[in-house]
Design a protein around this ligand. Structure first.
Ligand code: ZN
Length: 216
């Protein structure tokens, strides 16, 4: 899609879809936003949080980055955009649910196995380090020996989500709320090719389908 189509798209949005949501937007402006859910997902253009969850204005507070990674809590003076979004969602918006949503065919996870070179990729390389635990887990797990790269990538995409949930627990406020039973952390895995979402079942320690099978 070219830039002209995107610019024209706003005109179409104002003429058509905005009308449908106008009342809702006005209400959200007057009363302010109060989303109950923080969604942390990948920047991938094929994974659209509102589309895949059938949500709309005011429903999700969203932060997206490459790989849907969460950097562990690090209280220093550096710029931490994902941590800032997490802090704001938890302390100001007081969300009670945090979803970390990974997905199939994730370029960030694939890049863990095929590192990008070049000085211009300095931030990407550093950021991808947040996926190293997941890659190491898969590479040192005896059950993954001999598996195809495709299978290993899918497993890494999933286990990385679980590691990011543990990173969320390094934020003192999140740890406190989870301990008090006031917050749920959810690990999701979205399949681009089918639209299905699997969730991480802590008891089973695996990802299971979210619900009823829909025939495509
Ligand atoms: Zn991705």
């Amino acid at each position: 899609m070219d830039i002209k189509s995107i610019i024209d798209g706003n005109e179409k949005f104002r003429k058509n879809k905005f009308k449908k949501y106008e009342e809702k937007f006005v209400d959200l402006v007057q009363k302010g936003q109060k989303p109950k859910v923080l969604y942390i997902g990948c920047s991938d253009s094929r994974v659209l949080p509102h589309l895949i969850t059938n949500t709309g204005p005011g429903d999700l507070f969203i932060v997206r980055n490459i790989g849907n990674f969460v950097a562990p809590f690090k209280p220093d003076e550096d710029y931490h955009s994902t941590a800032a979004a997490i802090e704001y969602a938890v302390s100001v918006l007081q969300v009670s649910e945090i979803i970390v949503c990974g997905h199939s065919h994730c370029g960030a996870i694939a890049a863990l196995y095929d590192r990008p070179d070049g000085a211009e990729m300095i931030h990407v390389r550093k950021w991808l380090g947040l996926g190293n635990e997941a890659k190491k887990y898969i590479e040192t797990n005896s059950t993954t020996k001999g598996l195809s790269l495709e299978k290993k990538l899918a497993m890494t995409e999933k286990i990385s989500v679980v590691f990011q949930l543990t990173h969320l627990l390094t934020y003192p406020k999140i740890q406190e709320l989870v301990n008090a039973g006031k917050m749920n952390l959810r690990g999701w895995y979205y399949k681009i090719e089918s639209g299905d979402i699997e969730y991480y079942n802590e008891e089973l320690q695996e990802f299971v389908s979210m619900g009823i099978k829909i025939e495509h």
